[in-house]
Design a protein around this ligand. Structure first.
Ligand SMILES: [Zn+2]
Length: 319
């Protein structure tokens, strides 16, 4: 872990002070009487049904990135036909079902940021009851991935075990590190501690690359956080890697993987991990899914000039 980098970047963190408070579910921005529909889309990976669920969006501007010049940001924004300067960045979660298990991968950021918190409505639209979730697997302990785990009455997924890397638990529950970061960043630690405490002995830490269930394996993808992990979903020959926060803003980081967001605990390692994984999946043609890829965030990566390009998966007509 690069603590100096954490302190430096945390000081520049763009978030408003985090308070753990309960706010009404985010309303999608509307025009007149028309509001955007709830985001739910199903995919198949062998015997798994993978359901993408949209929790909401966060605006992330180019000023939050290192290794990204103003000229590059402008060119990438124009190439993406986006308005800019801030990019509306989705927050996705996924549910994996195989007939016996219902696995939620990340839980969105309800109560942590405005604009998030649609996960319960998306679960309802997908006809998935919170009590039916058997496992929650977490890519990392940032608030936009764990805020949805806690409601006013405590744990939202009361029957689920919680699987998260021990490296992330160690970092985000470390009072000494918390004491050294700026106040605006301390809420990250407080929410992680609240979640770990609320789920108590249902929290099952894993280390590195680990099979969590038949057909579901954690893969260490460190840098963004010390224990940041992806999850490989597999069944027969079919595979999908849910890669968490390998990409935060697709329009910037596919063409320039060296661009690093200010939330990275160790930006150098995050960049190395991103570059290696993009090269790997472009070569292997593995299907990927990501928490901040444009909803539903499922597709493939191809090389494009000096960088990469994301090819979203088309609508699946039949499952
Ligand atoms: Zn995130």
């Amino acid at each position: 872990m690069n603590r100096r980098a954490l302190l430096k970047l945390a000081a520049a963190a763009p978030v408003a002070p985090l308070a753990i408070q309960f706010v009404p579910m985010a309303q999608a921005a509307g025009h007149g009487d028309v509001t955007q529909v709830i985001g739910v889309q199903h995919f198949r990976v062998g015997d798994w049904i993978v359901t993408a669920l949209l929790d909401g969006s966060l605006p992330i501007g180019p000023e939050n990135f290192s290794n990204l010049s103003a000229e590059e940001a402008e060119a990438f924004t124009r190439a993406a036909f986006a308005e800019g300067p801030a990019m509306p960045t989705g927050v996705n979660a996924y549910v994996l079902r195989n007939g016996s298990q219902t696995v939620l991968v990340d839980a969105g950021g309800a109560n942590a940021f405005p604009g998030l918190g649609a996960l319960p409505a998306a679960l309802e639209a997908a006809e998935i009851a919170a009590d039916d979730v058997t496992h929650v697997v977490l890519t990392h302990l940032h608030p936009d991935h764990i805020g949805g785990l806690l409601g006013e009455a405590g744990p939202v997924f009361a029957n689920a075990s919680i699987h998260v890397s021990s490296a992330d638990i160690a970092f985000w529950t470390d009072a000494e590190i918390r004491a050294q970061v700026p106040e605006a960043f301390q809420g990250f630690f407080d929410l992680a501690v609240a979640v770990i405490e609320a789920y108590g002995d249902k929290v099952m830490p894993f280390d590195g690359d680990t099979e969590l269930l038949p057909g579901l394996a954690a893969r260490a993808l460190p840098g963004h956080t010390p224990g940041h992990s992806g999850f490989l979903v597999s069944s027969g020959d079919a595979e999908m890697l849910i890669w968490g926060d390998i990409i935060h803003v697709a329009a910037f980081q596919f063409p320039k993987p060296a661009a690093a967001i200010g939330f990275d605990v160790d930006p150098e390692t995050a960049v190395t991990t991103r570059q290696a994984l993009l090269a790997e999946v472009a070569e292997s043609r593995l299907t990927v899914a990501g928490m901040h890829l444009p909803f539903p965030g499922v597709g493939h990566v191809v090389t494009d000039g000096e960088g990469y390009r994301f090819v979203p998966q088309d609508w699946t007509f039949a499952l």
